[in-house]
Design a protein around this ligand. Structure first.
Ligand code: SF4
Length: 289
């Protein structure tokens, strides 16, 4: 065991050493055989944005793109969240369109994310306007990544034989609560996650607002949890109180969000920070009286 431990330490020390060891020389030799193939930049053919497009484009750029380790390249999310589509759904025609887009702008690379969206991992900055324009033409440019519209939602009753309750219609009802882009952006990052049963395919237990469908004597009820998170401060959400029925679930979520809005110190205070500061009992009082 001692020998094994010292060998592991030796390898780790060599990883940080400037002088390559026998092992790291092998790794370097392998690395040299793989060039990073960055997608090329494509001229924009003089296309410029009209003033009303500039706002939409800027919002999309801010919300749906992420910096990468390559200076001139961004990762671009294609949101599959919209009140008009089941969360994460994409048609065959749209998928073919995305495949062409990926070939054209992202070196043929496209990834699915656990948040039920698509990601073009490497897009050159000079191609972003052109890409946005193409996505807009096919209703794939919704600028709502990490907003309360970006709900992770399991298929629920609509497609899953294990479900206790419906999920997708609830996601749509909640998405329709805040559709104004400015209002949505002002709400900030609120992660809502919905599962139609305790199998938790919708990750409800780590949602800032988690919704779990339960069956009570053949009727649909919903347990709400608050404060779940999956970042470096990982924690499971805490139950807010008694389950609410199908007719009340959307309005209850609205009460929670409006309570946050009325209690947050300013627009910069995140939902979880407000929750930590005022406590879950404050939300309980707002919901159950
Ligand atoms: S959480 Fe339950 S209802 Fe939803 S997809 Fe998974 S098994 Fe089906």
């Amino acid at each position: 065991m001692k020998t094994f431990k010292s060998n592991v330490e030796l390898v780790f020390n060599n990883l940080n050493s400037e002088k390559p060891s026998r092992n790291t020389i092998g790794i370097l030799a392998i690395k040299e055989r793989f060039e990073t193939a960055l997608p090329r930049s494509i001229p924009l053919n003089g296309y410029s944005l009209e003033s009303h497009q500039k706002n939409e484009y800027s919002r999309w750029l801010k919300i749906n793109t992420v910096a990468t380790k390559f200076k001139n390249y961004k990762a671009v999310y294609i949101s599959l969240k919209h009140p008009d589509r089941a969360p994460g759904d994409i048609t065959a025609a749209e998928m073919r369109f995305v495949a062409n887009i990926a070939d054209h702008y992202s070196g043929g690379l496209v990834r699915t994310s656990h948040t039920q969206n698509l990601l073009l991992p490497l897009v050159h900055n000079s191609n972003l306007v052109s890409l946005w324009r193409e996505l807009s033409s096919t209703n794939l440019s919704a600028a709502n990544i990490d907003t309360m519209q970006d709900i992770i939602c399991c298929p629920g009753f609509e497609f899953c034989s294990l479900a206790n309750t419906t999920s997708i219609p609830i996601a749509h009802e909640i998405q329709n609560l805040f559709t104004d882009p400015d209002e949505l952006q002002a709400l900030g990052n609120i992660q809502i996650k919905i599962s139609g049963c305790m199998n938790a395919c919708g990750h409800h237990h780590i949602g800032h607002i988690g919704i779990l469908g339960v069956d009570k004597k053949g009727e649909e009820w919903f347990q709400i949890t608050l404060g779940g998170r999956a970042d470096e401060k990982l924690q499971l959400g805490k139950r807010l109180g008694p389950a609410v029925d199908r007719a009340s679930i959307t309005s209850t979520v609205e009460v929670i969000i409006r309570h946050y809005l009325s209690e947050r110190i300013d627009q910069q205070e995140h939902f979880l920070t407000t929750l930590d500061r005022i406590g879950i009992d404050s939300f309980k009082e707002a919901v159950y009286g």
